[in-house]
Design a protein around this ligand. Sequence first.
Ligand code: AMP
Ligand code: GLY
Length: 431
Amino acid sequence: MIDTELKKKLNIAVIGGGGREHAIIRAIKMSPLAGKIYALPGNGGISESAECVPVSATDLDGIVKFCTENPVDFAAVIPDDPLAMGLVDLLEEKGIPCFGPRKNAAIIESSKAFSKELMKKYGIPTASYETFTELEPALRCVREHALPVVIKADGLALGKGVIIAETAKEAEAAVRAMMVDEKFGKSGKTVVIEEFLTGPEVSVLAFTDGKTIVPMPASMDHKRALDGDAGLNTGGMGVIAPNPFYTKELAERTMNEIILPTVDAMNKENRTFRGCLYFGLMMTPDGPKVIEYNCRFGDPETQAVLPLLKSDFVKIMLATRSGTLADCEVRFSDEASCCLILASGGYPEKYEKGKPIEFDDMPKDILVFHAGTKKTDAGLVTSGGRVLGLTALGNDLEEAVSAAYEAAEHVEFEKMYYRNDIGARALAAIK
Ligand code: AMP
Ligand code: GLY
């Protein structure tokens, strides 16, 4: 199937509509194999380079209907929700090959109880933990636990279902909020209580076809809303790559102790993972440990990492599907990259939408990835918490970071805010 398709251009449907999908569509467009590109639903920036179709990423019936009624040759399913809901299975049943894991493999992200059990069973290093479905034993556990203690809702909670409690009282309140008040919905009915780890965080995205796994340059997300890692957890406020804390030795150890064993473990469980597997890691004093797995590209990691790809992204996606990744060229530039997120005042809590976005003289080499934007008759306006990601490449990290900050001077919208210290810790580590 794939071989003959390689001879013609492919019409590709990209599911999702954030900054990450904008970066993915840019990479697709650079491939000579790319035909028409559809984005479901896309956003204001994506509409410049793809046909945006107003179908939400979780409207599985709508997506299958669109892809079967239009000349779609291949679908790239990017966000966690449709992957967890089994969109890849549905599309492939209809004969549309996909980039992304099937539902039985996407569980590596959608259930923390599953992923923790997997790591325990296969000896993959992670924080020690216990899983609870009943309130009283969970409360007993946190009362006796060393502090701080980490409490996680089992299911998908947009990166917000993790509470690090400094006191037993805070820990009890967190358990009650998840299990009794269902603050994170049904995803909090099962909670995971785990040991608090320390050390620099590293994100590794990796292409895999279930046999071969090819890591991309490691990156560092900045998850908290405010400078100095203060404020609430967000989806991510900025990323730098490569991550200087991920030394050659640590990368080798991580490959042998975490990355390869994870792919093997999923095969042994008959849950072969194909697509992009995301390793959220912590470089602890005892070596690399897994904080979380995601079954997809990270956002905003993708906006920093994918622009470094030198090889044909469409070919790579096809190879993850056909099991030929070993024969596919996957090469990255040795430049550095920084993606700075421009957010709406108030994010990740309440924020206003519909604010006009003004650009003036944006330097040409800056990649402007739209996350929460909308095109209206009056022009481009904000439509989300994270509005834009500005990615700059440089010969080294310092160049990339300063170019991204310089670029931010060329954008304006009411109540725009961004962190002032993206990359600061990484730069300090290099010096
Ligand atoms: P997660 O959604 O699992 O990625 O967690 C969100 C953030 O919480 C992570 O990026 C870490 O900064 C922090 N975190 C999660 N688990 C732990 C842990 N066991 N120890 C320390 N920090 C953690
Ligand atoms: N940036 C973290 C994530 O995509 O989950």
